[in-house]
Write a protein that binds this ligand. Structure first.
Ligand code: BTN
Length: 330
């Protein structure tokens, strides 16, 4: 965006009340006619501007579209997303954040794209990220945690997403261990946590969040339709991507700060509240055996707890879980 326009939006956003044309023209070093022309352009782009004689201008509402300005306006976070980058298209927001991290960008930097052409999923899978249909976002964190605690950030993120989705609609999301979000047994969201660490110190974490938001069934590749869905398909409502991102960032910051202060104990029950098939029977297979067990919860290190028919509780770090009805296998 042209820098004058960006500065103009910043000046108007900082102001509680109106700001005079005179003050704007002085701050931006442009004529008052040029200020007026910029205002008309903003209105054409969907900004609602109030112009009051002898008082000046005020932004009443931002357009409902995703941009650095619209995302930051009214975000109300203390540290998350103050450094925010929005792109129309990237290969993967994960890669962009890795680069920014190496350049020393701060904790809480956020990268969002309308479209990813090489979106990455877990286990080297692709992540389908069509233009304008979902939330494709990566967050840079520089937590003072030990590397073994990093999986807790993923579990925490899954609870944040579940809470935001549940608060905004009548659908009930479930977190399928370790961190897929399901609605009606189909996946709507996935989390990819990547970390740069030494043995006893995390340098940085890149937390990738992908949410299928406004896809119709036809937008979902045919081979995935039996196991993937979108918030729109499940809720029958159109979602504001911009407002949903803002809600996620606010809720994430709150939950993250509590976690850093008080530890994982407050996250664990929330994860379990949304946990998929917690309290239910599933079949578990490892290389050596296959057995029936009841899922009972998670451990702070991210392990899944499963109780076998003899009452023994086992901690699972990697196992194939046959989720049964609908929920495809992990
Ligand atoms: C999964 O369930 O396999 C994880 C999917 C993570 C996708 C997100 S979209 C934003 C970020 N950028 C990527 O390339 N991947 C993550």
């Amino acid at each position: 965006m042209e820098s004058t326009r960006k500065q103009l939006i910043e000046l108007l956003s900082e102001q509680q009340g109106h700001i005079s044309g005179q003050a704007l023209s002085q701050s931006l070093d442009i004529s008052r006619t040029a200020v007026w022309k910029h205002m008309k352009e903003l209105e054409r782009d969907g900004y609602e501007i109030e112009a009051v004689q002898r008082k000046g201008y005020k932004i009443v509402s931002f357009p409902n579209k995703v941009s650095e300005n619209t995302l930051q306006w009214g975000l109300n976070t203390d540290w998350l997303g103050h450094n925010l980058h929005h792109y129309a298209e990237v290969a993967s927001t994960q890669e962009v954040v890795h680069q920014l991290a190496k350049q020393g960008k701060p904790h809480g930097t956020v990268v969002i794209a309308d479209q990813q052409v090489q979106g990455k999923g877990r286990m080297s899978r692709n992540w389908d990220s069509p233009k304008g249909k979902g939330i494709w976002m990566s967050i840079l964190l520089r937590p003072e945690l030990l590397p073994y605690q990093a999986p807790q950030l993923t579990l925490l993120t899954a609870t944040v997403l579940a809470e935001v989705i549940a608060d905004q609609s009548s659908i009930t999301p479930y977190i399928k261990w370790p961190n897929d979000l399901l609605v009606h047994h189909k996946k709507v969201s996935g989390i990819l946590t990547e970390m740069q660490a030494e043995q006893d110190q995390i340098q940085y974490v890149v937390l990738g969040i992908g949410i299928n938001v406004n896809q119709d069934t036809a937008d979902i590749p045919e081979g995935l339709q039996h196991k993937a869905t979108s918030l729109r398909i499940e809720s029958q409502q159109e979602w504001s991507i911009q407002q949903t991102i803002q809600r996620i960032l606010r809720q994430f910051e709150r939950t993250y700060d509590q976690f850093i202060q008080n530890g994982f104990s407050e996250v664990k029950p929330k994860w379990e509240e949304y946990g998929y098939k917690i309290g239910e029977k599933v079949t578990i297979s490892t290389m050596k055996k296959s057995w029936q067990a009841t899922l009972v919860g998670i451990e702070p290190d991210g392990a899944l707890l499963a109780r076998d028919e003899m009452g023994n509780v086992e901690k699972l770090y990697s196992a194939e879980i046959h989720w049964g009805e609908g929920g495809y296998n992990a």
